[in-house]
Design a protein around this ligand. Sequence first.
Ligand SMILES: [Zn+2]
Length: 102
Amino acid sequence: MPKLQEDKSKCSVVGCSNPHASLHRFPASEPFRSAWLSFIFHGNVPTPVGKVIFVCAQHFKDDCFCNLRQYKEGFAERLCLIEGSIPSIFGDDEQSTLVSCK
Ligand SMILES: [Zn+2]
């Protein structure tokens, strides 16, 4: 079966092209699912949403992560997203006061 070479490790947020940030898996349960979707697609959620969806760390506030400090200090490889967190920030390169990705 031919498989599309889809780049899975990429942020799905419309307009986001940050390849370096930590990526977070789309939640499986409602109501978080809907909240993530409307954020990712700016309210124009396509149906069906069939592909693997990731959102990178820059769309979350700092307090959405339980180990941000460890991550920044190099003690954690991945950021840990607190369950139930909803992405809320459209990352502008100009204003990267958030998680600075390396
Ligand atoms: Zn992103």
